[in-house]
Design a protein around this ligand. Structure first.
Ligand code: FAD
Length: 478
């Protein structure tokens, strides 16, 4: 008789609370352990997941298989078709191996809750443990017992809760748990189709708990202290790039907090006093991640792709297919926007500042509904994540919770001058502009003979004027 760990969006062994719970019970009741992951290609297509993200998942699963083998835990990938096939697949597996209980990490989104309900409905015992957030969704509330609608008070209460706990993390490799003899799990091959971004570069995106923890450790020890000064410059490697791992659960956010506190035990106190700005600015972003995750669970309509602000339903999006296509291909004639989009297409990555710039440009300059951009990002980002992506898009489009005001319209020329002052980033990604010198690199192409580089698809001043008129419905009280 055995226990089963069901990996979902939590592809790690470090600080895995469901794994910990399973190992403790296996020791207490002398049960063996097994582990599975269910591949559901149809669901991946339906949810528009990037090929490069699937490659990272596959690579991480291979590391998991090896590490589980070292712990004597057999690991299998069960081939499902779509989301709904999972309960029956698990049932068959559990019958075959006389599984006494399944352990998994909570997935608090609507469809995932329904799926887990279906698992218990087929008669399986499913124990869910926390794992995706530092504080569980629904645990950071205002005095009326509701989720906050603004980030700053959420953050204040979040910090109050966090300060009350000690943040120790579990690692199966340094616990006195009894393991069966090591075994060799077979290689994982998800049968992924070729995709436009090409094979994942393992030097940029290594996998395996050890390497990912090392990346986080190195960032916190060194680059984090400059984070507040350099985080907005896309040509610098100044952010952690851990979002890709957080998105598939290959590193735990609790572990990141634990590392931050080990680096600076006075992190929270210093927060009040304004020291250690780099680490604190970085923690602030981790809290934004928590905010959006808590939000999407508290306001279920966000999972269904609806505007957070109901007045935004009145925006008459123009949704021009040609303008959208130009944006997707990085051919808008606005150098910074195009550089960002071309980097995304080629690598599956885009810097946060540029995500804000291109999202603002699509929604406000081109009046294309943010949901089109949101889907495009999910199809291309290595770190595509429902809550953060939805939060980011609705923030930029001014349709979201604690979003930027509707009248704030990023000027892509000013953004370029400010955050890519020497044009390094633009020249790297827009080859047609590599020989353009000086300030001209920031300006939209007014058709003045820049070879193949497209002319600007809209005029900034006109687009801004139109967006201000259109978006004013958001402030309309009637
Ligand atoms: P760092 O700067 O090192 O920050 C550390 C961590 O904090 C990140 O790994 C991430 O988990 C979290 N974080 C940072 N900024 C944000 C933010 N603005 N909102 C929420 N969490 C944040 N992030 C995703 O993980 N997946 C997405 O699909 C996604 N889509 C976005 C779409 C738009 C339009 C915008 C404006 C932002 C989006 N973000 C998304 C947020 C942010 O751009 C990325 O998290 C960040 O660029 C990741 O880089 P990093 O890991 O180096 O972050």
């Amino acid at each position: 008789m055995s226990l089963l760990l069901w990996f979902r969006n939590d592809l790690r062994l470090d600080d895995h609370q469901a794994l910990q719970a399973m190992l403790e019970r296996s020791k207490a009741e002398n049960l063996s352990c097994r582990a599975v992951f269910i591949s559901t290609p149809k669901q991946w297509q339906g949810h528009n997941i990037a090929g490069i993200k699937l490659e990272l998942i596959e690579a991480q699963l291979n590391h998991l298989a090896r590490s589980l083998g070292e712990l004597g835990i057999p690991f299998e990938v069960l081939a499902g078709s779509d989301f709904n096939s999972q309960p029956q697949l698990l049932k068959n597996y559990c019958d075959r191996y006389q599984i006494q209980g399944i352990y998994a990490s909570v997935e608090p989104e609507i469809n995932e809750i329904k799926r887990d309900q279906a698992v218990t409905n087929v008669g399986l015992s499913l124990t869910l443990c926390q794992g995706h957030c530092i504080l569980p969704t629904g645990s950071v509330l205002n005095q009326q017992g509701h989720m906050f609608k603004r980030f700053t008070p959420f953050k204040k209460v979040w910090l109050e809760h966090v300060k009350l706990e000690t943040w120790c993390c579990f690692s199966p490799f340094n616990q006195p748990v009894q393991h069966a003899p090591a075994l060799s799990n077979s290689e994982v091959n998800l049968g992924l189709p070729e995709h436009e971004q090409g094979a994942i570069d393992c030097t940029i995106w290594p996998s395996g708990d050890g390497k990912i923890l090392q990346l986080a450790h190195d960032f916190i020890q060194t680059r984090a202290s400059h984070y507040h000064q350099e985080r907005d410059i896309p040509s610098l490697d100044s952010t952690s790039k851990l979002s890709a791992y957080l998105a598939i659960g290959a590193i735990s956010p609790r572990r990141l907090l634990n590392m931050l506190l080990q680096h600076d035990p006075l992190l929270f106190e210093a927060h009040d006093e304004g020291h250690d700005e780099g680490q604190q600015a970085w923690l602030n972003e981790i809290i934004w991640r928590e905010f959006y995750r808590h939000l999407i669970v508290a306001y279920a309509h966000l999972c269904k792709g609806q505007n957070f602000v109901s007045n935004a339903n009145r925006i008459a999006w123009r949704n021009s297919p040609d303008l959208f296509e130009a944006w997707c291909q990085g051919k808008t004639g606005y150098p910074l926007v195009d550089a960002a989009m071309r980097q995304l297409l080629a690598t599956g990555w885009m810097h946060n500042r540029l995500r804000m710039v291109v999202a603002s440009f699509l929604t406000k300059h081109l009046l294309v509904d943010w949901r089109h951009g949101e889907r495009f990002f999910m199809r291309h980002l290595i770190d595509g994540d429902l809550a953060a992506n939805n939060g980011g898009w609705q923030w930029a489009a001014s349709t979201g919770c604690d979003a930027q005001p509707y009248f704030r319209i990023f000027n892509p020329i000013r953004q370029s001058e400010r955050f890519d002052p020497h044009g390094h980033f633009i020249r790297k990604w827009v080859k047609e502009l590599k020989d353009i010198e000086g300030k001209a690199i920031h300006f939209p192409n007014k058709g003045l003979g820049l070879g193949d580089y497209p002319s600007a698809i809209v005029d900034h001043a006109q687009a801004r004027k139109l967006a201000l008129e259109e978006f004013s419905v958001i402030s309309n009280k009637s």
